[in-house]
Design a protein around this ligand. Structure first.
Ligand SMILES: *Cc1c(COP(=O)(O)O)cnc(C)c1O
Length: 396
């Protein structure tokens, strides 16, 4: 017999979300998530993926992934600490450390898992975490899991951070204090003020943790936000994902050897969940090798980002203050942004609307993620469609 209470809860919760226009219907992509995608049999220019460098469909990565299946099979077979650590995982970790300019690195099954793993391995209920108000959901959940006191500071507000760090230190209540931030904030494309954050961290002896999911492959000639600012020696934990610019799946934390040694014996997703598959490990390693050999993809990403931004701006759209290729098109009204995205879809562009509570009320937007894999023709076509709908809906 199924639970009546559960049924009631589920039906009411779903109905409530639908009533508030917040129930997300998922569109399955038919085939690969490339610069153009097929949904419902319709071909669309894809401006919604995190596949910044186009590596998710790169032939070189596909080739090494196939080889890894032949030599190592399809699964790691066990958690890392039993015998699921394959030579391919070790190679991947070495490669990540050299990419990030750190002594060592540990890989996890996802970026989300990294934040579940690393924050609670380092922080506990006697500690406090200063967390940017716009930090990613996985950071928030990782902080909660640690049971440390969470002290949010206003987004990128360094005065507020300094003040709260000072209060936390002076209260004498906490054994350790961490400051944690996204490297690149994915809703607006702005970059964390890492030089100031590091300075405040040094002043108050804070542990520094940067989640660089959107910075890796994009900033610092590909090596990320920390490298962009030349702060590799000053950030204690550099966390990143292998699923966005790297194009595969998995996550990592890079830092000093003793940090990585500790995470390998104490972080629970490492101890109790099986590692990524051989094909994933090998493809990620190859992707990082490609990024270290050449900035070609990185340069193309930035060029496409600039092209799209200039085009939208010239048309009269409000593209916010992004400092990265992430290009929001701010519409304002929630319903209008959703309608705008729907019209883009009908005309052949896939760009999702992002509304409250993900972004503040009244700043609803359509977010565009240009990638290295887009051609000028695709971007020109997207711009034409933007122009048509912008005029039709009175946005420009
Ligand atoms: C996407 C994202 C993650 C999660 O990474 P996955 O590898 O997809 O689990 C973590 N942090 C930030 C800031 C992200 O944008």
């Amino acid at each position: 017999m199924s639970s009546k209470i559960l049924n009631k809860f589920l039906n009411e919760s779903i109905a409530d979300l639908k009533e508030r226009g917040m129930y997300n219907e998922i569109d399955p992509v038919q085939g690969a998530n490339g610069p153009q995608i097929n949904i419902d049999g319709k071909q669309l220019i894809n401006l919604s993926s995190n596949n910044y460098l186009g590596l998710a469909t790169d032939e070189r990565l596909k080739q090494v992934a196939k080889e890894a299946v032949d030599t190592h099979g399809v699964g790691a077979g066990a958690v890392r600490t039993i015998n699921g650590t394959l030579d391919l995982h070790v190679e991947l970790e070495k490669r990540i450390a050299s990419f990030k300019g750190t002594e060592a690195a540990i890989s996890y099954q996802s970026g989300f898992n990294c934040n579940m793993a690393a924050i609670s391995a380092v922080m506990n209920k006697e500690d406090a975490i200063l967390s940017d108000a716009l930090n990613h959901a996985s950071i928030i959940d990782g902080c909660r899991l640690s049971k440390a006191k969470i002290i949010p500071f206003n987004h990128s507000d360094m005065e507020d951070l300094r003040q709260k760090a000072k209060e936390a230190v002076e209260s004498g209540q906490y054994k350790k204090i961490m400051v944690i931030t996204d490297g690149v904030f994915s809703m607006d494309g702005d970059i964390a003020k890492l030089p100031e954050i590091v300075e405040i961290a040094e002043e108050f002896d804070l542990i520094t943790y940067v989640d660089d999911a959107h910075g890796s492959g994009v900033l610092g000639k590909g090596a990320g936000t920390v490298k962009h600012f030349g702060l590799q020696d000053k950030v204690d934990l550099q966390m990143g994902t292998l699923s966005k610019a790297i194009g595969v799946i998995g996550g990592y934390v890079a830092g000093k050897q003793n940090l990585i040694d500790w995470l390998k014996v104490s972080s629970r997703p490492f101890l109790f969940s099986t590692a990524v598959s051989p094909a994933d490990a090998k493809a990620s390693t190859k992707a990082i090798e490609l990024l270290m050999e050449s900035t070609e993809l990185h340069d193309r990403l930035w060029e496409n980002g600039r092209y799209l931004k200039e085009g939208l701006k010239k048309l009269g759209f409000d593209i916010g203050n992004s400092e990265t290729p992430i290009t929001p098109c701010i519409i304002g009204d929630e319903k209008k942004a959703q309608q705008f995205s729907k019209r883009l879809f009908e005309e052949g562009v896939y760009a999702k609307s992002i509304v409250f509570p993900t972004v503040p009320r009244g700043t609803a937007r359509v977010r565009n993620m240009p990638t290295a894999a887009h051609t000028k023709e695709m971007l020109d076509k997207a711009l034409q469609i933007y122009e048509k709908i912008g005029k039709e809906m009175d946005v420009i």
